[in-house]
Design a protein around this ligand. Structure first.
Ligand code: FES
Length: 580
């Protein structure tokens, strides 16, 4: 028995001190599920299924799962579904990012611990795809990412609606008394009306495009709407591709390389994609020891045009992007800027993929590189004494009139402080001031929520103010817009200079110079630093995952991963161990 190939059920045996007994026992339990002896000899494709009643974006996964299984069977494998944690963006407290690393650990360890020869990763909602890519990169078993696909738009009167840029737009109108309580309630039922991820180029769609660019998803699959029949065909094809990878193994470490990560950064910039994707791509690459620097992001941003006219930076929706040509069209426009010798899960190089006739491309939605929407990338990193390790601004979705500006800081020292005072009629603030939020970074009690899109104080929004400079160590939803400086590192809860800002200080923003400076002299800053108190519950007084998170989470410029999940130098640390 011991000479049988170590694939399928024979992989990574439970250790009873008797290998033959281990496989005998496993087969007898697997037989209880009605499998024949013939089927149990097949190689196994695991299907990591992040379906959950708390994840409306994944509500079509039961049907998609059947398509994946069909594909695996076509490829001669045995499909075995297993559940993992799911992260439904709007259902998690304090914020989904806090659980991304937990999901990545769940995914990695279940890939490694269970007997499978390849895996299909079914994810979609914002944090699920990065979590699965992080886990798969660490496990390093052949893996295919299959995303949920975006939801379809809906209608309100003559307007198209799609989660969730329009959620924020209409909520802003409601706060400005431009929309009644009755109408905002009507709109609530029209913003998200089908299965799938947010309908714009938010975090979920950006990560889907990044997964395809890295080569971890099948070509052409990122933008297929969730409810389109092509999504089911993509599921079948993903299952088939995973089964084929068993005889021709291509590991994530061969696909996610310094070159494919750089391609993904180019794509992120050309999409005017989500700021969150910078953190996620850094974390995914970090699992394979590939550094992503904000300085490099800036260098690429200077030479990468914005090509895609989708909300929140533009006007259209993901279903339009799909019909306009999707990622294939974007990659063709970017071709001279890309590394073409990267490979995908199919084994095909990017260069070979782009040789194929692109078919119809709607250049109203995907611009030609020769006529870009913007000559430079959608994101820019800022540095200065307020952000020594960097901050991010989504310039594609910001008001250019605010790019070169000095303003007076109005400081909120926590999310509670913001909630309590932002609509106070006595708040001293003008549209020229800079709103500053402290203690919203990864180590803070709030765990780096998407709170960087600080609401415009009601007294200003009622007078028609739509945008102001807002600065924090928080994140921002990929569907949001505004002149918003995010991800300041180091964060205030870790003693970064953001903690030292006081109301009335002057701050200078220069997007052209890529600088953000606190105009307070060093001696005064030192005085403030000496008096500074962390203001958070120390990790040793917390318990469980909250303690692990507070102790181990890295700063935004390092991807907010846990340090101990990054590779140990000189140790393979992969699913190869399970094959021993
Ligand atoms: Fe799931 Fe937006 S809430 S993708």
């Amino acid at each position: 028995m011991t000479d049988q190939p170590k694939q399928g059920l024979a992989r990574g045996l439970t250790n009873y001190g008797d290998r033959d007994f281990s496989i005998y026992l496993r087969r007898s339990f697997a037989s209880s599920m009605g499998y024949s002896q013939e089927v149990l000899k097949k190689p196994i494709v695991g299907i990591a299924n992040s379906f959950s009643g708390f994840n409306s974006c994944h509500r079509h996964f039961p049907e998609l799962l059947e398509a994946v299984k069909r594909g695996v069977l076509l490829g001669g494998g045995l499909p075995v579904e297993f559940p993992t944690i799911s992260l439904g963006e709007v259902y998690l407290s304090p914020t989904s990012l806090k659980f991304r690393n937990l999901m990545s650990m769940d995914t990695e360890e279940m890939i490694r611990a269970q007997p499978m020869d390849a895996v299909v990763l079914m994810g979609g909602c914002d944090k699920t795809v990065p979590a699965q890519l992080m886990g798969a990169a660490s496990a390093d078993l052949p893996a295919v990412q299959l995303v949920a696909g975006p939801m379809m738009t809906s209608r309100h009167g003559e307007e198209r609606l799609g989660a969730c840029t329009d959620c924020r737009r209409f909520w802003g109108k409601y706060r400005a008394n431009e929309v009644s309580a009755q109408e905002i309630n009507q709109i609530e039922g029209r913003l998200a009306t089908t299965a799938g991820t947010c309908a714009v180029m938010g975090t979920a769609s950006t990560m889907a495009c990044i997964a395809e660019t890295l080569g971890m998803s099948l070509p052409g699959t990122a933008a297929i709407p969730a409810v389109h029949a092509d999504r089911l065909r993509a599921g079948e094809a993903s299952g088939l591709a995973a089964a084929r990878m068993i005889s021709n193994p291509i590991r994530p470490s061969q696909i996610i390389t310094a070159k494919s990560v750089e391609n993904a950064m180019r794509v992120l910039l050309a999409l005017g994609g989500s700021t969150n994707a910078v953190i996620h791509l850094t974390a995914v690459a970090g699992r394979l020891g590939i550094p992503v620097s904000l300085e490099r992001l800036n260098a690429l941003s200077d030479t990468t045009p914005v090509l895609v006219n989708l909300k929140p930076a533009g006007s259209d929706y993901m279903e339009d992007f799909f019909h306009a040509g999707g990622m294939g069209a974007v990659l063709r426009e970017l071709k001279p800027l890309l590394h073409l010798d990267t490979i995908s899960v199919t084994g095909e190089t990017l260069g070979d993929r782009l040789e194929v006739d692109p078919g119809y491309v709607d250049h109203r939605i995907i611009s030609r590189a020769s006529e870009p929407l913007e000559p430079q990338g959608g994101l820019v990193a800022l540095f200065g004494n307020l952000a020594p390790r960097g901050a991010i601004l989504k310039r594609a979705a910001a008001d250019k009139n605010l790019f070169e500006k000095e303003g007076r800081a109005v400081v909120f020292n926590s999310l509670e402080d913001l909630a309590n005072r932002v609509d106070d009629p006595d708040l001293e603030i003008t549209a020229d001031d800079f709103m500053v939020l402290q203690n919203a970074g990864p180590k803070s009690a709030s765990g780096m929520p998407e709170a960087g899109y600080l609401p415009i104080p009601r007294k200003l929004s009622e007078t028609g103010v739509k945008d102001m400079v807002r600065i924090s160590d928080a994140r921002m939803s990929g569907t949001a817009f505004g002149t918003i400086v995010l991800h300041i590192a180091p964060e205030s809860a870790a003693g970064g200079p953001l903690a030292l800002v006081r109301t009335g200080d002057r701050i200078r923003l220069s997007v052209e110079e890529k600088r953000i400076e606190l105009l307070v002299d060093d001696a005064e800053l030192e005085r403030r630093r000496a008096a500074w108190q962390p203001g958070i519950v120390p990790p040793e007084e917390r318990r469980g995952y909250d303690r692990l998170y507070a102790t181990e989470v890295l700063q935004a410029d390092e991807g907010c991963d846990f340090g101990f999940l990054q590779p140990v130098v000189g140790h393979a640390g992969s699913a190869k161990e399970a094959e021993k």
